[in-house]
Design a protein around this ligand. Sequence first.
Ligand code: TYD
Length: 222
Amino acid sequence: MGFFVTFEGPEGSGKTTQIRLLGDWLREQGLDVLITREPGGTAIGDRIRAILLDPAHKAMCPEAEALLFSAARAQIVREVIRPHLDRGGWVLCDRYADSTLAYQGYGRGLDLEMLRTITAFATDGLWPDVTVYLDLPVEEGLRRRQQAEGIEWNRLDAEQLAFHRRVREGYLEMAAADPQRWLVLDARQPIEAVQKAIRERLAARLRLPARASDTLERRGAP
Ligand code: TYD
């Protein structure tokens, strides 16, 4: 059995950069690393993703939204994530089931217990070993996202500030309830500092000293 790490946090939090840097480092250790994202990550998931994020789909009800995210998740777990873990590999996933609890549960107000049941069915009970939450004040996250070039402005980004605040509070609450799994990091720190903290947390699993800062300097990370 391999190791499963998920990343949560708003777009401007630098999730993609952190996942890439971590993947490079783990591969240097000789590990078989698969990087993927939700929703999407499979041909079917990408089709579902397009329906979910299309700004024209204003009429989508929260229940349909939760089930579509879960449908994409059911597919990626069975087609991609589980097989890679079974081969002993590492999986780094950009968003996972916690996104549904945060956005559709805390954000939209759907019943959390119901969502946990749906999620357990969709994931076949597969939960991450570690979840990194890159935390950012809501205004800062939206500002970064608005300023970023080449990023599509999707249906969920367009939600009100209050919605994004509930989502953030949801993440912080879930993380506080399960500190064994969650690693909460302030995304306003420099990229190198965030990456170092992630590597330190995972080093125990690798039985390696976290030489994160050396490696980062050598690689000339941004
Ligand atoms: P994406 O463009 O991938 O955003 P990001 O770069 O922020 O990850 O769009 C994914 C959006 O879908 C994002 O706003 C979070 C939302 N989402 C949910 O609401 N529920 C979910 O279960 C998942 C996986 C994502």
